[in-house]
Design a protein around this ligand. Structure first.
Ligand code: AMP
Ligand code: MG
Length: 321
C-alpha cells in the first residue's frame, strides 16, 4: 500500500492514480479554483461516509457534487430553466446550483434531502480528475470541520494528513473562497451562500429572490460553526473607535485593505491587501499563518458587502462568531 497523506504534483500519472483511488472508494484531496476539495465517488455511499468521518463533518450537512459540465449534471438533477442559464454563464466556475435530485446520487451525499448541489469547477486538475474517474466527485473543503478552508496542499496535510489517501498539489487556489451556492429549483434563484460568483453577476443573468437572510434556513451548512482559527478573531469596520483593542497588550495580527486603526500601536504581523480580490484569495491562508505565528489575536477589517466583499464578510463574520 502506498503511504497515506502524500503530497504529489499534478501530473497525468498522479491524476490517473487519484482516479483509481476514487473508483476504489478512497479519498483524494485536489485543487480547485475556490479551495482544495476532499473528494470521493459521489455515487458510492461508503466512500462518501469516509469524507464525513475524515473531516468530523456533521451528517446533516450535504456535500457539493462536482461534475464536468451541464451535460453530466442532467444525469443527477432536474435542470430547471434558471439553472440552465446559470450553468451557461458561470460554468465551469465558482457557482454551485441546488436542484431536485434524480438518479443514483445516494442519500448520504445529499444528507437525505430531495435536492442535490452540483458544480463544475474551473480548474484543469479538478476537471481532469472528474473526467478520468468517469464519476461525479463529492467534495467539501479539505479541512477539519469548523476550520478555515485550505487553499494549498500543505494546509490540507496540516488538517487531514493520513486521513487522505493522496493530496494533489496544484498550487494556491486562485479565488480562495468557496463557491456561491444558489437554490435554482424555481424561476428565481435564491443565494444560499455568497461566494466567488457575486450577487451582481447572478443578477445580470437570472432573477433573484430573497436576501441573504434566507440563508440560515435553506442551507444546512450555514447552521454550523465554520472557518474559525484557533486564536480569537475580531472584526473592525474601519471606524475610528476599535473597542477590542482595549483588551490589548496581546500580540495581534492584522489584515485588511486599509491601514489598521491608528491608536493601537504596532501589530505583530500586518497584511494590507491591494484589492478585495486579493483579500478573498489570501483570507484563509492568512488566518492559518497568523494562528501559527505565535500571535494571540487577529483583527480583520470587514469590507462592504458589494461584489466579492459580501463573501469575504460572510466568512469573517462566521469565523469570528
Ligand atoms: P462545503 O462543501 O463545506 O463548502 O459546503 C457546501 C455548502 O453547500 C454547505 O453550506 C451546504 O449546506 C450546501 N449544500 C449542499 N447541498 C445542499 C442542498 N441540497 N441544499 C442546500 N444546501 C446545500
Ligand atoms: Mg467547508
Amino acid at each position: 500500500m502506498a503511504e497515506k497523506g502524500r503530497i504529489v504534483p499534478a501530473t497525468e500519472e498522479y491524476i490517473r492514480e487519484a482516479s483509481r483511488i476514487i473508483l476504489s472508494g478512497g479519498l483524494v484531496a485536489f485543487p480547485t479554483e475556490t479551495v482544495y476539495g476532499l473528494g470521493a465517488n459521489a455515487l458510492d455511499g461508503g466512500a462518501v461516509s469516509r469524507i464525513f468521518a475524515a473531516k468530523g463533518r456533521p451528517q446533516d450537512n450535504p456535500l457539493i457534487v462536482h461534475v464536468s459540465g451541464a451535460e453530466q449534471a442532467t444525469e443527477y438533477a432536474v435542470v430547471s430553466k434558471c439553472a440552465r442559464k446559470l450553468m451557461e454563464s458561470f460554468w465551469p466556475g465558482p457557482l454551485t446550483v441546488v436542484l431536485y435530485s434524480k438518479g443514483p446520487v445516494p442519500d448520504v451525499t445529499r444528507a437525505g434531502l430531495d435536492t442535490v448541489a452540483l458544480r463544475a469547477p474551473r480548474h484543469p486538475v479538478a476537471l481532469s480528475l472528474i473526467e478520468e474517474s468517469g464519476v461525479p466527485i463529492a467534495a467539501p473543503s479539505a479541512n477539519r470541520s469548523g476550520r478555515p478552508s485550505p487553499t494549498s496542499a500543505v494546509a490540507v496535510a496540516d488538517d487531514l494528513g493520513c486521513a487522505v489517501d493522496l493530496i494533489i498539489d496544484g498550487g494556491p487556489s486562485s479565488v480562495g473562497l468557496e463557491s456561491t451556492v444558489v437554490d435554482a429549483t424555481r424561476d428565481r434563484a435564491v443565494i444560499l451562500r455568497p461566494g466567488g460568483v457575486t450577487r451582481e453577476m447572478l443578477e445580470s443573468v437570472v432573477g433573484l429572490s430573497g436576501g441573504c437572510s434566507e440563508i440560515a434556513h435553506r442551507s444546512p451548512g450555514t447552521r454550523h460553526r465554520h472557518y474559525a482559527p484557533d486564536i480569537p478573531l475580531f472584526l473592525w469596520d474601519g471606524a475610528d473607535h476599535a473597542p477590542f483593542l482595549e483588551v490589548s497588550g496581546l500580540k495581534w495580527c492584522y489584515m485588511g485593505t486599509k491601514e489598521p486603526p491608528e491608536d493601537t500601536g504596532a501589530p505583530y504581523r500586518e497584511v494590507i491587501f491591494g484589492s478585495l480580490g486579493e483579500y478573498a484569495s489570501g483570507l484563509f491562508a492568512r488566518l492559518r499563518e497568523f494562528e501559527a505565528s505565535g500571535a494571540e489575536m487577529i483583527i480583520a477589517q470587514i469590507p462592504w458587502d458589494d461584489g466579492i466583499g459580501l463573501a469575504i464578510r460572510n466568512r469573517l463574520e462566521r469565523a469570528a462568531e
